[in-house]
Ligand binder design. Structure first.
Ligand SMILES: Nc1ncnc2c1ncn2[C@@H]1O[C@H](COP(=O)(O)OP(=O)(O)OP(=O)(O)O)[C@@H](O)[C@H]1O
Ligand SMILES: [Mg+2]
Length: 172
């Protein structure tokens, strides 16, 4: 696989073991599920990587580790040169602006009670520095336009879109 320029993501020796415990009050570790056991890969800008394997081989666990939803038992995850696998607090929040899950089934990942404008605008509540309050409505409309949706759709609900349009809401 040809890497174009600087690697965006460098994963090295990634390991995730989940402890297996016995007992209720006095939990004793009796082993570990070796969910991920030594994964290495490099991804350049504009590249796409598919992970294929039998059920339970650790694909989703790798994705969770990359998004920092799980902590690795060992190994490193470098995003543009910085190891992000053990960040916390403010530093973790800052890298989260650059990493995003796009769910396979957008119908279950979009809140049916929220308008598309509120869904796309919600991350600005968590990362207010990304856009000043008075500018958010305009930014949301701009994002809808970028993903090929009519900006006038801001007041529609997820069920009023096609499957492909819902995918694009997730990307926005
Ligand atoms: N929180 C957890 N605690 C303990 N074991 C876990 C946990 N999450 C996942 N596992 C185990 O880790 C292994 C890898 O799970 P993972 O979800 O990464 O598999 P997968 O490759 O995504 O499988 P599928 O194709 O079925 O989605 C499985 O054996 C699973 O049972
Ligand atoms: Mg999975």
């Amino acid at each position: 696989m040809a890497t174009s320029g600087e690697p965006v993501l460098e994963v090295s020796g990634l390991v995730k073991h989940y402890p297996l415990t016995r007992g209720v009050l006095f939990k004793k570790q009796i082993g570990a599920v070796r969910a991920v056991d030594g994964v290495d890969f490099t991804l350049g800008r504009g590249e796409t990587l598919g992970i294929v394997g039998e059920s339970g081989c650790g694909k989703s666990t790798v994705a969770k580790l990359l998004c920092n939803l799980e902590r690795p038992t060992a190994g490193s995850i470098r995003f543009k040169g910085e190891d992000i696998s053990r960040l916390s607090g403010r530093a973790l929040k800052a890298v989260r602006r650059n990493i995003q899950m796009v769910f396979q089934d957008p119908y279950t990942s979009l809140n049916p009670r929220m308008t598309v404008g509120d869904i796309v605008g919600e991350p600005y509540e968590i990362h207010p520095e990304a856009a000043p309050k008075g500018d958010r409505r305009r930014r949301v409309r701009e994002l809808l336009d970028v993903v090929g949706l009519d900006p006038d759709f801001v007041n529609r609900y997820p069920h009023q879109f096609s499957g492909g349009q819902r995918q694009r809401i997730g990307i926005a």
